[in-house]
Ligand binder design. Structure first.
Ligand code: C2E
Ligand code: CA
Ligand code: CA
Length: 587
């Protein structure tokens, strides 16, 4: 490496001396005889070191040194002052002017070469440090840019990101614009695609969807990817005559054709939630949330639906989320309790069994009926945990009653569709039976027709497994579901429960009367027990008895009550022969 050294001296003889001493391939020397020329030549020579005479006509060495050190481009170039006046005062002046070192005249070769070498070494280290810093800065700048891209752009689809979208919405809100809308799109059951074909195909599908959706952008509009299978349109500068319904229709229509992936063609549907920009909100998150809420509502209506945001919707969602939270709490703190409603022998009015019905002992709201929280439990999947709580309490209670002598009493427990489909159902039941020591032959599980029909194959296997454990099976709300009676004989059933709605109107509606009659006839033929639900009046009771219905439950006899109240009822039962409970003959 050669170093460029600039020598500034008004006497050319001095340069000759220096040149003689520094003759080396490592040094490229350049000579100028004045401060003015030195300044002019700096950009051309770009020296690594400057040797300068102190005493010069025109700009003298001290002034020149000061000037150079004041220029950001050159201040790092070391300056060695060459002076005949080696007084302390002069040296102090040199240092003050910014000089890095000095050499005294007459010049001594060893001193000169040593000082030049040392200064150049410092210079070199400084330059290395500088280039290292520059590299580092470049890297940081590149990473920052990458991060910006990551934050502002989705890497899979190259669409703007959620943050990006929110910023743009924020800008429109800041201008108090109202001529814009958000359309939140969520693919229906996208997870199934990932599950069935893997993530590669899932990603290809998302890219294909993104591409197709972009066809619905007008100039100025934005399509962002805001979640795994969620996209959001920002429609801007909407003219007054713009037909959003037509646009929505077109977007949903574009899902009618399949999407091409490397693996296969896939059909997808999506739901849309829409929220209009309004001048009262300045929170972009809130508007996006509104569109999301509307989308969520659309989802609940089914595939390929759309919904507009309205504030009531928002309140409903909020309510649901609070409820979900509260239910988590309820499960953790044992706030779910079981009430029991007697199932009565219509001929003798004796209690033959009980239906376990869950209640929520809410710390503020008091006793909450299941209609208000079971749907939420179902949606969140919490129903499996809740169902287990009920089953455990009911089995415990069944064993207690049996131990107290009511040995033929049965307890019926409701199973939701989700519970029935739960892969752990059998294991859960086995564990509860083992823990409580309840006799499974007196446990009945009530399921609805839809739980069976949702997956008849699996239901059949499951029911056989229950039958092996001697557990009985009731079909709940019978008549309201598929009403296809053909399948009944294929399953190992024990009881049909006639839905309340038929019993309620049977004396007024001839059709309902016929339904009840048919169900009773049918169950006799299939050797099933029948329980009529919701008996409230003497008339209903008489009609059911006339049709040969054996068992019933309803407010006419007793409302659901805590176990202690039921125990009292049992003690006060009318005396007389205890009819055998409706247990189907085994095998
Ligand atoms: P369900 O299985 O049809 O239960 C019978 C419902 O009818 C109970 O309502 C009961 O209180 C009510 N009921 C009984 N007799 C009469 C009557 O004479 N008149 C009237 N108007 N109603 C009567 P409840 O306890 O509010 O339960 C409602 C539903 O919640 C149940 O309908 C059942 O589907 C579900 N449910 C209750 N407990 C559980 C549970 O532990 N697990 C599951 N999965 N679902 C449950
Ligand atoms: Ca029931
Ligand atoms: Ca029912």
């Amino acid at each position: 490496m050669t170093f460029s050294i600039l020598i500034v001296d008004d006497e050319p003889d001095n340069f000759d001396v220096i040149e003689a001493f520094l003759s080396s391939d490592d040094y490229h020397l350049h000579y100028v005889e004045s401060g003015e020329k030195a300044l002019a030549t700096l950009p051309i020579q770009q020296p690594d070191l400057i040797l300068m005479d102190v005493m010069m006509p025109g700009i003298d060495g001290l002034a020149l040194c000061k000037q150079i050190k004041a220029m950001s481009l050159w201040q790092s170039v070391p300056i060695i002052m060459v002076t005949a006046l080696a007084s302390k005062h002069t040296l102090a002046q040199c240092l003050e002017a910014g000089a890095d070192d000095f050499v005294s005249k007459p010049i001594n070769r060893m001193e000169l070469t040593a000082r030049v070498r040392s200064m150049l070494r410092i210079r070199q280290q400084y330059q290395q440090l500088n280039s290292f810093n520059a590299q580092l800065e470049a890297k940081v700048a590149q990473r920052t840019a990458e991060l910006q891209t990551l934050l502002y752009q989705d890497s899979l689809t190259q669409l703007p990101s959620r943050i990006n979208l929110l910023e743009r919405v924020g800008l429109l809100q800041a201008e108090q614009r109202t001529d814009f809308a958000l359309a939140y799109l969520d693919c229906d059951q996208f997870k199934l695609v990932n599950g069935a074909f893997g993530y590669t195909v899932g990603n290809q599908l998302l890219q294909a969807i993104a591409e197709r959706l972009q066809q619905h952008l007008r100039p100025g509009d934005v399509l962002a990817r805001v979640g795994e299978d969620e996209f959001c349109f920002l429609l801007t500068a909407l003219p007054p005559d713009f037909s959003l319904p037509t646009w929505i229709e077109a977007v949903l229509q574009s899902f009618h054709a399949p999407f091409q992936t490397s693996h296969c063609e896939i059909f997808m549907t999506a739901c849309l939630g829409l929220a209009l920009g309004d001048s009262t909100t300045t929170d972009p998150e809130a508007l996006l949330q509104a569109a999301d809420t509307a989308m969520y509502r659309a989802k609940r209506q089914g595939k390929g639906c759309h919904q507009w945001f309205n504030p009531q919707l928002h309140a409903a969602t909020l309510h649901r989320l609070t409820l979900e939270n509260d239910l988590q709490h309820a499960l953790s703190y044992g706030e779910l309790v079981v009430y029991y409603q007697p199932i009565i022998c219509l001929a003798t009015h004796r209690v033959m069994g009980l239906e376990a019905l869950v209640r929520w002992q809410h710390p503020e709201r008091g006793l909450v009926p299941p209609g208000e929280f079971i749907p939420c439990l179902e949606e969140t999947g919490l129903v499996v945990r809740a169902g287990l709580v009920v089953l455990r309490q009911a089995c415990q209670q069944l064993r207690d009653w049996h131990e107290q002598g009511w040995t033929t009493l049965t307890v019926a427990v409701n199973l939701s569709v989700r519970q029935f489909a739960s892969p752990t159902l059998l294991a859960d039941i086995d564990q509860v039976l083992a823990e409580t020591g309840a006799n499974p032959a007196y446990l009945k599980l009530e399921i609805t027709e839809s739980a069976i029909m949702e997956n008849a194959e699996a239901a059949s296997v499951l029911m056989d497994a229950l039958r092996e454990r001697r557990i009985q099976i009731s079909i709940d709300d019978f008549g309201t579901g598929y009403s296809s009676l053909g399948y009944l004989h294929r399953f190992p059933l024990d009881v049909l429960k006639i839905d309340r709605s038929f019993v309620r109107d049977m004396h007024r509606s001839h059709r309902n009367y016929q339904v009840v009659e048919t169900i009773i006839t049918l169950s006799n033929q299939l050797d099933l027990a029948v329980v009529a639900e919701g008996i409230e009046t003497q008339d209903q009771l008489q009609a059911l008895k006339k049709l040969g219905c054996e068992l019933g439950q309803g407010f006419f006899f007793a409302k659901p009550a805590p176990a202690e109240a039921i125990t009292t009822t049992l003690r006060n039962q009318p005396l007389g022969p205890v009819p055998q409970p409706a247990v189907r003959a085994q095998g």
